[in-house]
Structure formats: structure tokens, C-alpha cells
Design a protein around this ligand. Sequence first.
Ligand code: GDP
Ligand code: ZN
Length: 366
Amino acid sequence: MTERAWGPDAGVVIRRITNYYTVRFRGEDYVCLPRARLKKERVAIHVGDRVLIEEIDLLNRTGTVAEVLPRFNMLPRPPIANVDQAVLVFSADRPAFNPMLLDRFLVLVAQSGIDSAIAINKADLLDPEALEALVAPYRAVGYPVVTVSAERGDVEPLRALLAGKETVFAGPSGVGKSSLLNALEPGLALKAAEVSAKIQRGRHTTTYASLYALETAGETAYVADTPGYSHLGFGPLHPTQLGWLFPEMAPHIPDCRFPDCLHRGEPGCAVAERAQVAESRFASYLRFLEELEATEERLASTSTKNEGAVKRKAAAGGGETKLIRLAAGARDDSRRKSKQRLRDLHLEEPEDDEETDGQPDDQVLE
Ligand code: GDP
Ligand code: ZN
């Protein structure tokens, strides 16, 4: 991930409170206002942005954001830029490990164009062989996998996974995300909860993510404070695109005889012939495929026009879309559709996700 080199002069926006941005620069935090030109040009500054700062006051730890460097991706709601990876946290037991749910998260994250790593917590509840059997299919695909126990304080493999990267955590509740954050640095998850409570109480209830900077072995790890990021997936997904989001299937897809092959028994299917897909992973694939097809059918019956648009968009996106859309207008439209699809996929509980919808991401400077 070190190809995203911004150079030693770049700081990282780790927090935003109204128009004040806290920038971590060379191991210190500076509270900065944006330079007038950025305001005038309505340049958005998001948590996670790499910025150049000026007028640094070492005594008062203040400065001015002079420039926002190009970001390579952006997760909306709460907005967070330049995410290197999502760490999907699941538990070995209590709640029982649920491979299909993990596969859903992996598909969603892949759809956002973000790399996934997997952390299996509560390793203390399972014997080592059973634990290895559980993670083997994911190691085989090539996902980075760590097994940890917040309870036993055994979190060093997770710390190593985070080093030098900007990470969001995702995963079902009860698996120990907060416990892991606290095991990495005592008080971390607690602080996160306090900050978000304060922001919620404010008059303009816009939620901003914050990043925690963990200094680890000379490298800074930036970890989003939202334990359980719930809005990772965006963009409609056509059934033929699903296979591209399974890394063990994707390289074989171009060799399938039919370009719209769904890898479900079609003649000349290279995935069936050559891909090494674990049984549980293929079961997930088939299940998601059915759900996507059901959604397609429902859309087709409710609005033919609408479905055409979705299909065209999906086709234009192709299997190689690596970044989520940045244009606010386009996104708003796809948000509604994708939100519905996420629900269809049971990827998130229908909940309070309208909280920041009144605040377009690009209007952060007033
Ligand atoms: P979150 O909802 O993902 O943030 O999960 P929490 O951090 O609140 O943890 C849920 C429950 O799992 C709590 O009762 C924790 O004490 C427990 N827990 C967390 N980590 C571990 C672990 O490594 N082993 C065991 N046995 N329990 C854990
Ligand atoms: Zn095929």
C-alpha cells in the first residue's frame, strides 16, 4: 500500500470540528483553518485527506491548510478519504463465525474499490486447528488474515496489519471491535464514543469520522473511530458483475465462453473448469447471485425504465471499477438504488442512514 506516497511534507486530516481541521504532521497535531483561497474555491477537505500546511505555529500547534492533495478514494457517510483497507472483524465464536456474512462484507468492500483484510477475534474460544480450518479458505484466496484475542491482549498481529495504513473497521456487532480498539490503545473506543456523542448533541448534527493515529514501530497507523462502518458498499450491481468481486473467480472470467456467463453450469465456463473456489465461498456466491437476480426482476416489474438505467450504469462500471464515484450528483441517485439493494442483500439493517444526507459532501465549507 506504500505506493500512495505523498511525501514527508504531507499532513493527514484526522479530525474536523466545524471549520477547524486537526492535521497530524510529523507526529504532532495542528489545528488548522483552510486558507482563504480554498474557501473561495469551495475546495472540500475531508478527514483522511493529505494536505500541505503552512503558517505553522509550533507553540500553539496551529497552522493553515494550504493545499489538498489528490485523494485516491472516498467513503461517504461519514466522509473519509484515502482508505487503504477495511479490516473485517468477525469472531471465532459467540457470535458463531458466519462465513456467508463475511463473504457479503468482502463483496461490499470490493465494490467500494477498497482492499479487505480479515481479523478473527475471540481466538481464545476455539482450538487452534478449528481456527485454522475456519480461516483457510480466506488465506487461500489471498486475503490478509489475522487471528487475535482482545480478551487475552493478543493483538500484535492486528497492530502489524494496521501499521502504515489508513483503516476502517467493519463487522457485525458483538464480535469485539471496540474491545480490539481498546486493546490496541486503552481508551480508544471509549474516546470514539464520546466524540460522536458530542457531535450528535450539536445543533447541526453532521457526523464526521475521526482518525486515530497509532504510532506503531515507527509507522503511523490511522484507524477510523467508527467501529463498524456500515456504509461500505455503493453502486448497483448487475448479476454478471458479482463474480468479479470474488478474487479467486475473477482471473478466469475472461476465458468463459459466454460474456454473460454466471458460472453456474454454463457450457465452457472457465470458472467451473479452473478456478479454485471453496465450497462455502461458492455457496455464498450462488446465494448472492439469486438475491441480485430477484432484485433485477423486481426492478424490471416496477420500472422498466429504471432497470435499463441500472443496467447501463452497471455495464459502464464494468468489473474493473476500482474507485467509488466521486460526483455528488451521480452518487445521490445511485445511493437510493444501492441502499435498496444493500437492504435486499441484508447487508445492513435499515437504520438512521439519512443523518448526513441533508449535507452534500462537497459543501463542507460554508
Ligand atoms: P463490538 O460490538 O464489536 O464492539 O464488540 P465488543 O467489543 O462490545 O465486545 C462484545 C463482547 O465480546 C463483550 O462482552 C466482550 O467482553 C467480548 N469479547 C471481546 N473480545 C473478546 C475476546 O477476544 N474473547 C472473548 N472470549 N470475548 C471477547
Ligand atoms: Zn463462467
